[in-house]
Ligand binder design. Structure first.
Ligand code: XMP
Length: 515
Protein backbone atom coordinates (compact mmCIF):
# COMPACT_ATOMS: atom_id res chain seq x y z
CA UNK A 1 0.00 0.00 0.00
CA UNK A 2 1.20 3.47 -0.89
CA UNK A 3 0.74 6.67 1.09
CA UNK A 4 0.35 10.24 -0.06
CA UNK A 5 -1.21 9.54 -3.45
CA UNK A 6 -4.27 11.48 -4.52
CA UNK A 7 -7.24 10.52 -6.64
CA UNK A 8 -8.51 12.64 -9.50
CA UNK A 9 -12.20 12.98 -10.23
CA UNK A 10 -12.66 13.80 -13.91
CA UNK A 11 -15.70 16.05 -13.90
CA UNK A 12 -18.27 15.30 -16.58
CA UNK A 13 -20.61 17.96 -15.28
CA UNK A 14 -22.77 16.36 -12.62
CA UNK A 15 -23.39 17.86 -9.21
CA UNK A 16 -22.78 14.37 -7.89
CA UNK A 17 -19.22 14.57 -9.18
CA UNK A 18 -18.27 16.69 -6.22
CA UNK A 19 -19.66 14.27 -3.72
CA UNK A 20 -17.23 11.68 -5.02
CA UNK A 21 -14.26 13.83 -4.03
CA UNK A 22 -15.89 14.42 -0.69
CA UNK A 23 -16.30 10.72 -0.01
CA UNK A 24 -12.73 9.89 -1.01
CA UNK A 25 -11.47 12.49 1.42
CA UNK A 26 -13.65 11.05 4.16
CA UNK A 27 -11.95 7.76 3.44
CA UNK A 28 -8.57 9.42 4.02
CA UNK A 29 -7.47 9.92 0.42
CA UNK A 30 -7.07 13.45 -0.91
CA UNK A 31 -9.14 13.94 -4.00
CA UNK A 32 -9.39 16.75 -6.52
CA UNK A 33 -11.85 17.57 -9.25
CA UNK A 34 -10.34 18.20 -12.67
CA UNK A 35 -11.50 18.86 -16.19
CA UNK A 36 -11.20 15.62 -18.17
CA UNK A 37 -8.78 17.18 -20.63
CA UNK A 38 -6.38 18.02 -17.79
CA UNK A 39 -6.12 14.47 -16.47
CA UNK A 40 -3.19 13.57 -18.76
CA UNK A 41 -1.15 16.56 -17.58
CA UNK A 42 -1.90 15.79 -13.93
CA UNK A 43 -0.68 12.22 -14.42
CA UNK A 44 2.55 13.55 -15.90
CA UNK A 45 3.10 15.61 -12.76
CA UNK A 46 2.78 12.41 -10.71
CA UNK A 47 1.34 11.59 -7.31
CA UNK A 48 -1.92 10.24 -8.73
CA UNK A 49 -3.07 6.81 -7.58
CA UNK A 50 -6.38 6.54 -9.39
CA UNK A 51 -8.85 8.34 -11.64
CA UNK A 52 -12.61 8.38 -11.21
CA UNK A 53 -14.87 9.41 -14.09
CA UNK A 54 -17.88 11.21 -12.63
CA UNK A 55 -21.50 11.16 -13.65
CA UNK A 56 -22.93 13.94 -15.76
CA UNK A 57 -26.17 15.18 -17.25
CA UNK A 58 -25.32 14.49 -20.91
CA UNK A 59 -25.85 11.42 -23.07
CA UNK A 60 -22.87 9.74 -24.75
CA UNK A 61 -25.01 9.75 -27.93
CA UNK A 62 -24.93 13.54 -28.20
CA UNK A 63 -22.33 14.52 -30.79
CA UNK A 64 -20.47 17.01 -28.57
CA UNK A 65 -20.82 15.12 -25.30
CA UNK A 66 -17.71 15.29 -23.08
CA UNK A 67 -15.06 12.63 -23.52
CA UNK A 68 -11.57 11.82 -22.34
CA UNK A 69 -8.32 10.47 -23.75
CA UNK A 70 -7.81 7.07 -22.11
CA UNK A 71 -4.30 6.51 -23.41
CA UNK A 72 -2.32 8.52 -20.84
CA UNK A 73 -4.20 6.80 -18.02
CA UNK A 74 -3.91 3.28 -19.38
CA UNK A 75 -0.32 3.94 -20.39
CA UNK A 76 0.59 4.67 -16.79
CA UNK A 77 -1.42 1.71 -15.48
CA UNK A 78 -3.43 3.99 -13.18
CA UNK A 79 -6.72 2.35 -12.16
CA UNK A 80 -9.97 3.87 -13.44
CA UNK A 81 -13.43 3.85 -11.92
CA UNK A 82 -16.30 5.07 -14.11
CA UNK A 83 -19.55 6.11 -12.44
CA UNK A 84 -22.88 6.60 -14.28
CA UNK A 85 -21.95 8.76 -17.30
CA UNK A 86 -18.37 7.63 -16.67
CA UNK A 87 -19.51 4.00 -16.92
CA UNK A 88 -21.24 4.63 -20.22
CA UNK A 89 -18.32 6.59 -21.57
CA UNK A 90 -15.93 3.73 -20.80
CA UNK A 91 -18.29 1.32 -22.53
CA UNK A 92 -18.42 3.59 -25.55
CA UNK A 93 -14.67 4.24 -25.78
CA UNK A 94 -13.73 0.58 -25.33
CA UNK A 95 -16.27 -1.00 -27.67
CA UNK A 96 -19.26 -1.99 -25.53
CA UNK A 97 -22.90 -1.51 -26.54
CA UNK A 98 -25.09 1.20 -25.05
CA UNK A 99 -28.77 1.79 -25.68
CA UNK A 100 -30.21 5.26 -25.61
CA UNK A 101 -33.16 5.91 -23.33
CA UNK A 102 -33.14 2.29 -22.17
CA UNK A 103 -32.65 2.98 -18.49
CA UNK A 104 -35.97 3.66 -16.89
CA UNK A 105 -34.72 2.88 -13.43
CA UNK A 106 -34.42 6.23 -11.80
CA UNK A 107 -33.91 6.58 -8.07
CA UNK A 108 -33.63 3.48 -5.95
CA UNK A 109 -33.12 0.24 -7.88
CA UNK A 110 -32.23 -3.30 -6.91
CA UNK A 111 -28.94 -4.58 -8.24
CA UNK A 112 -27.84 -8.21 -8.19
CA UNK A 113 -24.16 -9.10 -7.91
CA UNK A 114 -23.28 -11.84 -10.41
CA UNK A 115 -19.54 -12.11 -9.87
CA UNK A 116 -17.34 -10.60 -7.22
CA UNK A 117 -14.35 -8.58 -8.37
CA UNK A 118 -12.14 -6.37 -6.19
CA UNK A 119 -14.63 -3.51 -6.45
CA UNK A 120 -17.61 -5.46 -5.13
CA UNK A 121 -15.68 -7.51 -2.57
CA UNK A 122 -17.54 -7.84 0.72
CA UNK A 123 -20.93 -6.73 -0.65
CA UNK A 124 -24.09 -8.84 -0.24
CA UNK A 125 -25.65 -10.46 -3.33
CA UNK A 126 -28.40 -7.84 -3.54
CA UNK A 127 -27.93 -4.13 -3.05
CA UNK A 128 -30.29 -1.21 -3.26
CA UNK A 129 -28.58 1.39 -5.43
CA UNK A 130 -29.28 4.95 -6.57
CA UNK A 131 -29.41 5.59 -10.31
CA UNK A 132 -30.18 8.61 -12.39
CA UNK A 133 -29.61 8.33 -16.12
CA UNK A 134 -31.41 7.58 -19.36
CA UNK A 135 -28.91 5.47 -21.32
CA UNK A 136 -27.72 2.03 -20.33
CA UNK A 137 -24.86 -0.35 -21.10
CA UNK A 138 -26.31 -3.57 -22.48
CA UNK A 139 -23.09 -5.32 -23.54
CA UNK A 140 -19.65 -4.80 -21.99
CA UNK A 141 -16.56 -4.06 -24.10
CA UNK A 142 -14.21 -6.94 -25.00
CA UNK A 143 -12.07 -8.04 -22.06
CA UNK A 144 -14.68 -6.97 -19.51
CA UNK A 145 -16.88 -9.17 -17.38
CA UNK A 146 -20.28 -8.14 -16.12
CA UNK A 147 -20.28 -8.19 -12.33
CA UNK A 148 -23.83 -7.06 -11.63
CA UNK A 149 -27.12 -6.39 -13.36
CA UNK A 150 -30.28 -4.57 -12.38
CA UNK A 151 -33.76 -6.11 -12.33
CA UNK A 152 -34.32 -5.05 -15.93
CA UNK A 153 -31.10 -6.74 -17.04
CA UNK A 154 -28.88 -3.78 -17.82
CA UNK A 155 -25.19 -3.91 -16.93
CA UNK A 156 -24.85 -2.11 -13.59
CA UNK A 157 -21.18 -2.90 -13.11
CA UNK A 158 -18.32 -4.35 -15.12
CA UNK A 159 -14.57 -4.66 -14.90
CA UNK A 160 -11.38 -5.53 -16.71
CA UNK A 161 -9.15 -6.45 -13.81
CA UNK A 162 -6.06 -6.85 -15.96
CA UNK A 163 -6.18 -3.26 -17.16
CA UNK A 164 -7.63 -2.15 -13.77
CA UNK A 165 -10.74 -0.57 -15.29
CA UNK A 166 -13.92 -0.72 -13.25
CA UNK A 167 -17.26 0.92 -13.82
CA UNK A 168 -20.71 1.15 -12.29
CA UNK A 169 -24.00 2.57 -13.43
CA UNK A 170 -25.20 3.62 -9.97
CA UNK A 171 -23.84 6.25 -7.61
CA UNK A 172 -21.73 4.89 -4.75
CA UNK A 173 -21.17 8.43 -3.47
CA UNK A 174 -24.76 9.07 -2.41
CA UNK A 175 -26.07 7.87 0.91
CA UNK A 176 -29.06 6.21 -0.79
CA UNK A 177 -26.80 3.54 -2.28
CA UNK A 178 -26.24 0.73 0.20
CA UNK A 179 -22.58 -0.14 0.65
CA UNK A 180 -21.52 2.81 -1.56
CA UNK A 181 -18.79 3.68 0.90
CA UNK A 182 -17.38 0.14 0.78
CA UNK A 183 -17.31 0.27 -3.02
CA UNK A 184 -15.29 3.48 -2.96
CA UNK A 185 -13.03 2.13 -0.21
CA UNK A 186 -12.43 -1.01 -2.28
CA UNK A 187 -11.43 1.14 -5.22
CA UNK A 188 -9.07 3.33 -3.19
CA UNK A 189 -7.46 0.68 -1.03
CA UNK A 190 -7.75 -2.65 -2.84
CA UNK A 191 -7.54 -1.48 -6.45
CA UNK A 192 -5.41 1.70 -6.27
CA UNK A 193 -3.49 0.38 -3.27
CA UNK A 194 -3.61 3.72 -1.46
CA UNK A 195 -3.29 3.65 2.31
CA UNK A 196 -5.54 6.28 3.96
CA UNK A 197 -3.29 9.23 4.79
CA UNK A 198 -5.16 12.49 4.50
CA UNK A 199 -6.94 14.46 7.18
CA UNK A 200 -7.83 18.17 7.00
CA UNK A 201 -6.59 18.92 10.53
CA UNK A 202 -3.09 17.78 9.56
CA UNK A 203 -2.88 20.37 6.80
CA UNK A 204 -2.65 23.44 9.06
CA UNK A 205 1.15 23.67 8.92
CA UNK A 206 1.14 23.49 5.11
CA UNK A 207 -1.58 26.13 4.77
CA UNK A 208 0.22 28.55 7.07
CA UNK A 209 3.50 27.93 5.21
CA UNK A 210 1.82 28.58 1.88
CA UNK A 211 0.35 31.90 3.05
CA UNK A 212 3.75 32.91 4.40
CA UNK A 213 5.31 32.02 1.04
CA UNK A 214 2.88 33.99 -1.12
CA UNK A 215 2.59 37.15 1.00
CA UNK A 216 5.89 39.03 0.76
CA UNK A 217 7.50 40.46 3.90
CA UNK A 218 6.11 43.90 4.69
CA UNK A 219 2.83 43.48 2.76
CA UNK A 220 -0.36 43.56 4.76
CA UNK A 221 -3.49 41.48 4.56
CA UNK A 222 -7.06 42.39 5.30
CA UNK A 223 -9.51 39.72 6.18
CA UNK A 224 -13.26 39.86 6.05
CA UNK A 225 -14.60 38.41 9.28
CA UNK A 226 -18.26 37.73 9.77
CA UNK A 227 -18.25 35.56 12.87
CA UNK A 228 -18.90 32.38 10.91
CA UNK A 229 -16.53 29.46 11.20
CA UNK A 230 -15.10 29.96 7.70
CA UNK A 231 -13.99 33.55 8.11
CA UNK A 232 -12.83 33.10 11.70
CA UNK A 233 -10.73 30.07 10.71
CA UNK A 234 -9.32 32.02 7.79
CA UNK A 235 -8.41 34.89 10.10
CA UNK A 236 -6.61 32.63 12.55
CA UNK A 237 -4.70 30.83 9.78
CA UNK A 238 -3.61 34.10 8.23
CA UNK A 239 -2.67 35.60 11.59
CA UNK A 240 -0.50 32.56 12.29
CA UNK A 241 1.27 33.24 9.00
CA UNK A 242 1.66 37.02 9.01
CA UNK A 243 1.04 38.05 12.66
CA UNK A 244 0.10 41.69 13.12
CA UNK A 245 0.35 42.37 9.40
CA UNK A 246 -3.22 41.06 9.38
CA UNK A 247 -6.10 43.51 9.71
CA UNK A 248 -9.48 41.96 10.34
CA UNK A 249 -12.41 43.96 9.14
CA UNK A 250 -15.93 43.31 10.27
CA UNK A 251 -18.47 45.07 8.10
CA UNK A 252 -21.71 45.46 9.96
CA UNK A 253 -24.04 45.61 6.98
CA UNK A 254 -27.08 45.40 9.20
CA UNK A 255 -27.95 42.00 7.72
CA UNK A 256 -26.35 40.09 10.59
CA UNK A 257 -27.89 37.76 13.09
CA UNK A 258 -28.88 39.10 16.48
CA UNK A 259 -25.85 39.78 18.69
CA UNK A 260 -23.37 38.91 15.91
CA UNK A 261 -21.29 42.06 16.05
CA UNK A 262 -20.73 41.78 19.79
CA UNK A 263 -19.93 38.06 19.50
CA UNK A 264 -17.33 38.57 16.77
CA UNK A 265 -15.60 41.28 18.71
CA UNK A 266 -15.39 39.16 21.84
CA UNK A 267 -14.15 36.02 20.07
CA UNK A 268 -11.53 37.74 17.95
CA UNK A 269 -10.10 39.66 20.86
CA UNK A 270 -9.90 36.42 22.78
CA UNK A 271 -8.06 34.79 19.88
CA UNK A 272 -5.43 37.46 20.05
CA UNK A 273 -6.21 39.20 16.76
CA UNK A 274 -4.66 42.61 17.29
CA UNK A 275 -6.05 44.69 14.47
CA UNK A 276 -9.82 44.52 14.34
CA UNK A 277 -11.75 47.24 12.56
CA UNK A 278 -15.51 47.37 12.90
CA UNK A 279 -17.31 49.33 10.19
CA UNK A 280 -20.86 50.43 10.75
CA UNK A 281 -22.32 50.36 7.23
CA UNK A 282 -25.91 49.55 8.13
CA UNK A 283 -27.53 52.57 6.56
CA UNK A 284 -25.45 52.37 3.44
CA UNK A 285 -26.50 48.80 2.69
CA UNK A 286 -30.17 49.45 3.37
CA UNK A 287 -30.09 52.41 1.03
CA UNK A 288 -28.52 50.34 -1.76
CA UNK A 289 -31.01 47.54 -1.26
CA UNK A 290 -34.06 49.76 -1.50
CA UNK A 291 -36.33 48.62 -4.32
CA UNK A 292 -34.20 45.53 -5.09
CA UNK A 293 -36.36 42.41 -5.13
CA UNK A 294 -34.59 40.05 -7.53
CA UNK A 295 -32.52 37.50 -5.58
CA UNK A 296 -29.46 37.54 -7.84
CA UNK A 297 -29.57 41.34 -7.97
CA UNK A 298 -29.74 41.44 -4.17
CA UNK A 299 -26.71 39.18 -3.93
CA UNK A 300 -24.89 41.33 -6.46
CA UNK A 301 -25.68 44.56 -4.63
CA UNK A 302 -24.58 43.21 -1.25
CA UNK A 303 -21.41 41.67 -2.70
CA UNK A 304 -20.48 44.82 -4.56
CA UNK A 305 -21.15 47.15 -1.64
CA UNK A 306 -19.24 44.83 0.63
CA UNK A 307 -16.16 45.00 -1.54
CA UNK A 308 -16.49 48.79 -1.83
CA UNK A 309 -16.49 49.17 1.93
CA UNK A 310 -13.49 46.92 2.00
CA UNK A 311 -11.60 48.92 -0.55
CA UNK A 312 -12.29 52.10 1.38
CA UNK A 313 -11.00 50.55 4.59
CA UNK A 314 -8.02 49.00 2.86
CA UNK A 315 -7.02 52.32 1.35
CA UNK A 316 -6.63 53.68 4.90
CA UNK A 317 -4.11 51.02 5.86
CA UNK A 318 -0.77 51.50 4.09
CA UNK A 319 0.80 48.46 2.47
CA UNK A 320 -2.35 46.35 2.12
CA UNK A 321 -2.11 44.14 -0.95
CA UNK A 322 -4.14 41.11 0.06
CA UNK A 323 -7.67 40.17 0.91
CA UNK A 324 -8.22 36.92 2.80
CA UNK A 325 -11.61 35.30 2.36
CA UNK A 326 -13.29 32.28 3.90
CA UNK A 327 -14.38 30.79 0.58
CA UNK A 328 -14.89 27.06 0.91
CA UNK A 329 -15.10 24.32 -1.72
CA UNK A 330 -18.90 24.17 -2.10
CA UNK A 331 -18.99 27.97 -2.61
CA UNK A 332 -16.75 27.54 -5.63
CA UNK A 333 -18.60 24.52 -6.87
CA UNK A 334 -22.02 26.11 -6.76
CA UNK A 335 -20.78 29.30 -8.33
CA UNK A 336 -19.48 27.27 -11.26
CA UNK A 337 -15.90 28.30 -10.53
CA UNK A 338 -14.48 24.94 -9.50
CA UNK A 339 -15.30 23.49 -12.86
CA UNK A 340 -16.43 24.97 -16.11
CA UNK A 341 -19.03 22.28 -16.58
CA UNK A 342 -21.04 22.64 -13.36
CA UNK A 343 -24.15 24.74 -13.87
CA UNK A 344 -24.43 27.97 -11.90
CA UNK A 345 -27.06 27.61 -9.19
CA UNK A 346 -26.61 30.85 -7.32
CA UNK A 347 -23.80 33.32 -7.10
CA UNK A 348 -22.55 32.81 -3.59
CA UNK A 349 -21.59 36.05 -1.97
CA UNK A 350 -17.91 35.48 -1.46
CA UNK A 351 -17.24 34.32 -4.99
CA UNK A 352 -19.54 35.25 -7.84
CA UNK A 353 -20.42 38.74 -6.75
CA UNK A 354 -16.86 39.96 -6.48
CA UNK A 355 -16.49 42.99 -8.72
CA UNK A 356 -13.84 42.47 -11.35
CA UNK A 357 -12.25 45.80 -10.63
CA UNK A 358 -11.20 44.81 -7.12
CA UNK A 359 -7.51 45.52 -6.92
CA UNK A 360 -6.46 43.37 -3.99
CA UNK A 361 -5.03 39.91 -4.47
CA UNK A 362 -7.04 37.08 -2.96
CA UNK A 363 -6.00 34.53 -0.35
CA UNK A 364 -8.50 31.74 0.13
CA UNK A 365 -6.87 29.23 2.49
CA UNK A 366 -10.02 27.12 2.78
CA UNK A 367 -10.87 27.03 -0.90
CA UNK A 368 -10.36 23.26 -1.17
CA UNK A 369 -12.17 22.25 2.01
CA UNK A 370 -15.71 21.22 2.76
CA UNK A 371 -17.55 22.61 5.76
CA UNK A 372 -16.97 19.77 8.17
CA UNK A 373 -13.31 19.74 7.19
CA UNK A 374 -13.15 23.45 8.05
CA UNK A 375 -14.72 22.66 11.40
CA UNK A 376 -12.02 20.10 12.06
CA UNK A 377 -9.33 22.66 11.23
CA UNK A 378 -11.06 25.23 13.44
CA UNK A 379 -11.17 22.81 16.34
CA UNK A 380 -7.50 21.99 15.93
CA UNK A 381 -6.69 25.71 15.90
CA UNK A 382 -8.49 26.07 19.22
CA UNK A 383 -11.34 28.26 18.07
CA UNK A 384 -14.13 28.57 20.65
CA UNK A 385 -16.79 25.92 20.53
CA UNK A 386 -19.60 28.36 19.76
CA UNK A 387 -17.76 29.43 16.60
CA UNK A 388 -16.95 25.87 15.53
CA UNK A 389 -20.51 24.67 16.06
CA UNK A 390 -22.22 27.70 14.61
CA UNK A 391 -24.61 27.05 11.77
CA UNK A 392 -23.50 28.37 8.38
CA UNK A 393 -24.73 31.83 7.54
CA UNK A 394 -24.75 33.21 4.00
CA UNK A 395 -22.46 36.11 3.13
CA UNK A 396 -25.36 38.37 2.07
CA UNK A 397 -26.85 37.60 5.46
CA UNK A 398 -30.51 38.12 6.18
CA UNK A 399 -30.93 39.75 2.75
CA UNK A 400 -31.29 36.25 1.27
CA UNK A 401 -33.75 35.24 3.98
CA UNK A 402 -36.11 38.03 3.03
CA UNK A 403 -38.18 37.44 -0.07
CA UNK A 404 -38.64 40.56 -2.16
CA UNK A 405 -37.37 43.95 -1.10
CA UNK A 406 -35.34 44.28 2.08
CA UNK A 407 -36.66 47.00 4.38
CA UNK A 408 -36.23 47.78 8.04
CA UNK A 409 -39.51 46.21 9.08
CA UNK A 410 -38.82 42.87 7.34
CA UNK A 411 -35.24 42.92 8.54
CA UNK A 412 -36.27 43.31 12.16
CA UNK A 413 -38.80 40.47 11.82
CA UNK A 414 -36.20 38.27 10.15
CA UNK A 415 -33.56 38.93 12.80
CA UNK A 416 -35.89 38.25 15.71
CA UNK A 417 -37.48 35.17 14.14
CA UNK A 418 -34.03 33.74 13.31
CA UNK A 419 -32.93 34.26 16.89
CA UNK A 420 -36.00 32.41 18.15
CA UNK A 421 -35.37 29.45 15.83
CA UNK A 422 -31.75 29.23 17.00
CA UNK A 423 -32.69 29.53 20.66
CA UNK A 424 -35.34 26.86 20.46
CA UNK A 425 -33.03 24.51 18.56
CA UNK A 426 -30.45 24.96 21.30
CA UNK A 427 -33.00 24.46 24.09
CA UNK A 428 -34.28 21.26 22.56
CA UNK A 429 -30.78 19.88 21.94
CA UNK A 430 -31.32 19.88 18.16
CA UNK A 431 -28.88 22.64 17.26
CA UNK A 432 -25.87 20.37 16.84
CA UNK A 433 -27.80 17.61 15.15
CA UNK A 434 -29.00 19.66 12.18
CA UNK A 435 -27.04 21.50 9.50
CA UNK A 436 -28.96 24.72 9.70
CA UNK A 437 -32.14 26.20 11.11
CA UNK A 438 -33.47 29.63 10.24
CA UNK A 439 -36.48 31.78 9.46
CA UNK A 440 -37.46 33.40 6.18
CA UNK A 441 -39.74 36.41 5.78
CA UNK A 442 -42.07 36.26 2.78
CA UNK A 443 -43.25 39.16 0.73
CA UNK A 444 -46.93 38.25 0.87
CA UNK A 445 -49.17 38.81 3.84
CA UNK A 446 -51.68 36.67 5.67
CA UNK A 447 -54.82 37.99 7.32
CA UNK A 448 -54.80 37.61 11.07
CA UNK A 449 -57.01 38.45 14.02
CA UNK A 450 -55.79 40.37 17.03
CA UNK A 451 -58.62 40.62 19.56
CA UNK A 452 -61.51 41.70 17.34
CA UNK A 453 -59.29 43.43 14.84
CA UNK A 454 -58.46 42.22 11.37
CA UNK A 455 -54.73 42.70 10.78
CA UNK A 456 -52.40 41.82 7.96
CA UNK A 457 -49.06 40.36 8.87
CA UNK A 458 -46.08 38.70 7.25
CA UNK A 459 -45.68 34.98 6.63
CA UNK A 460 -42.54 33.51 8.19
CA UNK A 461 -41.21 30.19 6.91
CA UNK A 462 -39.08 28.14 9.27
CA UNK A 463 -36.51 25.97 7.49
CA UNK A 464 -34.44 23.35 9.27
CA UNK A 465 -32.27 21.01 7.24
CA UNK A 466 -29.93 18.10 7.74
CA UNK A 467 -26.87 17.89 5.54
CA UNK A 468 -23.30 16.70 5.48
CA UNK A 469 -21.80 19.43 3.36
CA UNK A 470 -24.58 21.73 2.20
CA UNK A 471 -24.49 20.24 -1.31
CA UNK A 472 -27.63 18.20 -0.74
CA UNK A 473 -29.95 18.44 2.25
CA UNK A 474 -32.98 16.75 3.77
CA UNK A 475 -35.65 18.78 5.49
CA UNK A 476 -35.67 17.98 9.19
CA UNK A 477 -38.73 16.07 10.38
CA UNK A 478 -39.18 18.29 13.37
CA UNK A 479 -40.79 17.29 16.62
CA UNK A 480 -44.19 18.98 16.65
CA UNK A 481 -43.80 20.32 20.16
CA UNK A 482 -40.57 22.09 19.22
CA UNK A 483 -42.23 23.46 16.10
CA UNK A 484 -45.18 24.66 18.12
CA UNK A 485 -42.90 26.47 20.55
CA UNK A 486 -41.08 28.14 17.68
CA UNK A 487 -44.32 29.11 15.99
CA UNK A 488 -45.96 30.44 19.15
CA UNK A 489 -42.93 32.45 20.11
CA UNK A 490 -42.63 34.02 16.67
CA UNK A 491 -46.26 35.12 16.45
CA UNK A 492 -46.26 36.33 20.06
CA UNK A 493 -42.87 37.96 20.29
CA UNK A 494 -42.33 39.34 16.80
CA UNK A 495 -44.74 42.10 15.87
CA UNK A 496 -46.09 41.95 12.33
CA UNK A 497 -46.19 38.16 11.84
CA UNK A 498 -49.52 36.37 11.42
CA UNK A 499 -48.45 33.00 10.03
CA UNK A 500 -45.57 30.60 10.59
CA UNK A 501 -45.05 27.82 8.05
CA UNK A 502 -42.52 24.98 7.96
CA UNK A 503 -40.48 24.16 4.84
CA UNK A 504 -40.86 20.50 3.90
CA UNK A 505 -38.70 20.32 0.77
CA UNK A 506 -35.22 18.87 0.47
CA UNK A 507 -32.28 20.04 -1.64
CA UNK A 508 -32.65 19.23 -4.48
CA UNK A 509 -35.10 20.42 -5.70
CA UNK A 510 -34.88 23.47 -3.40
CA UNK A 511 -31.71 25.20 -2.38
CA UNK A 512 -31.20 25.64 1.35
CA UNK A 513 -31.59 29.42 1.46
CA UNK A 514 -34.64 30.84 -0.31
CA UNK A 515 -32.78 33.37 -2.47
P1 XMP B 1 -27.84 26.99 -0.85
O1 XMP B 1 -28.87 28.03 -0.47
O2 XMP B 1 -27.05 27.40 -2.05
O3 XMP B 1 -26.83 27.00 0.36
O4 XMP B 1 -28.40 25.61 -0.95
C1 XMP B 1 -25.86 26.03 0.63
C2 XMP B 1 -25.15 26.45 1.90
O5 XMP B 1 -24.39 27.65 1.66
C3 XMP B 1 -24.86 28.72 2.46
N1 XMP B 1 -24.90 29.90 1.62
C4 XMP B 1 -23.88 30.76 1.50
N2 XMP B 1 -22.67 30.76 2.07
N3 XMP B 1 -22.16 32.75 0.93
C5 XMP B 1 -21.82 31.78 1.80
O6 XMP B 1 -20.72 31.78 2.34
C6 XMP B 1 -23.35 32.82 0.32
O7 XMP B 1 -23.64 33.72 -0.44
C7 XMP B 1 -24.26 31.76 0.61
N4 XMP B 1 -25.51 31.49 0.19
C8 XMP B 1 -25.87 30.32 0.80
C9 XMP B 1 -26.23 28.31 2.93
O8 XMP B 1 -26.56 28.94 4.15
C10 XMP B 1 -26.10 26.82 3.03
O9 XMP B 1 -25.52 26.40 4.23
Amino acid sequence: MREGLKVLVADFGGQYAHLIARRCRELGVYSEIVDPELVGGELERGGVGGVIFSGGPRSVFEPDSPSIDLQPILGKGVPILGICYGHQLLAKLLGGRIEAGRLREYGRTRVEVLEYDKLLEGLPRRVSAWMSHGDAVVEPPPGFRVTSRSESGIVTSMSDEIRKIYSIQFHPEVVHTEHGREILRNFLEKICGIKPWWSPGDRIGEIVEEIRRIVPEGERVICAVSGGVDSMTTAVLVSKAVGDRLYCIFVDHGLMRKGEREGVEKSLRKLGVKNLIIVDARERFLRRLRGVADPEEKRRVVGEEFIRVFEEEASRIPGVRWLAQGTIYPDRIESGRASRKAALIKSHHNVGALPERMNLKLIEPLRDFYKDEVREIARRLGLPDEVVRRHPFPGPGLAVRIIGEVNEEKLEICREANAIVEEELKHSGLYDRVWQGFAVVCNDKWVGVMGDERVEGYIVIVRIVESVDGMTADWHKIDHEVLERISNRITREVPGVTMVAYAATSKPPSTIEPC
